[in-house]
Design a protein around this ligand. Structure first.
Ligand code: ADP
Ligand code: AMP
Length: 213
């Protein structure tokens, strides 16, 4: 099963993608996590990506597409995957479609987690991320057992640089201009499914499971 998660930054794509990955035994692939791991390890790719991420801009398609195509070519992706944060532009979606059609394959579902901008702004300020294992928390909705410490790996939790209020507005603008058109793109292909992302995350997941079967 090949699934794409769509939605604004902070809509809950990563939260739901992790649950999907666990239930359906497919890898969760987040281009944002891949970039953050590269930044942490000081790679050339990380340095380049950081310039854009810190401003709330998208990393250029040339860099992003290659990373994603390399990742989905790995053995663990044979039975499918859930993509979180990719594609974010129409050209990215077209490249992915083309790569899949070359192997007689296609995306099965594009799940749009729908959350209005007002809720997003409140959510992002409360998000805390573990840059070591990629786990995500929220100071109110999903607090870790010990404040500031990742339940999964024991490392320190941080407010991502790009979740600071001055950057969130830019990310939402970028989302509306560059990523939202993907909703029509996948709707035209007949694989778009929209779920209400404002309800409790367990209820969001139940709605997704009823779609995926
Ligand atoms: P995205 O991957 O779309 O950027 P995340 O999954 O990281 O979003 O979620 C953004 C923040 O909102 C996180 O702090 C997360 O814990 C919290 N969150 C996710 N889903 C919900 C929900 N249904 N209700 C409340 N908070 C949520
Ligand atoms: P995320 O963790 O998905 O919120 O992504 C964090 C940041 O990484 C984004 O704001 C972008 O700067 C960059 N990024 C992640 N995925 C992509 C993508 N598919 N295309 C371009 N930039 C991306």
């Amino acid at each position: 099963m090949k699934i794409i998660m769509l939605g604004a930054p902070g809509a809950g794509k990563g939260t739901q993608a992790k649950m999907i990955a666990d239930k359906y035994h497919v890898p969760h692939i987040s281009t944002g996590d891949i970039f953050r791991a590269n930044i942490k390890n000081g790679t050339e790719l990380g340095m380049e990506a950081k310039k854009y991420m810190d401003q709330g801009l998208l990393v250029p398609d040339e860099l992003t597409v290659k990373i994603l195509l390399d990742r989905v070519a790995k053995d663990d992706c044979q039975n499918g995957y859930v993509l979180d944060g990719f594609p974010r532009t129409i050209p990215q979606a077209e490249v992915l479609d083309k790569a899949l059609s070359e192997i007689n394959d296609k995306i099965d579902f594009a799940i749009n987690v729908d959350v209005p901008d007002e809720n997003i702004i409140r959510r992002m300020g409360g998000r805390r991320a573990c840059l070591s294992c990629g786990a995500t928390y929220h100071v109110e909705h999903v607090p870790p057992q010990k404040e500031g410490i990742c339940d999964a790996c024991g490392k320190e939790l941080v407010l991502r640089d790009d979740d600071k209020p001055e950057t969130v507005g830019n990310r939402l603008d970028v989302y509306h201009k560059q990523t939202q058109p993907l909703i029509d793109f996948y709707s035209a292909k007949g694989i778009l499914k929209t779920v209400d992302g404002t309800v409790d995350m367990k209820d969001v997941f139940a709605a997704i499971v009823s779609i995926l079967g």
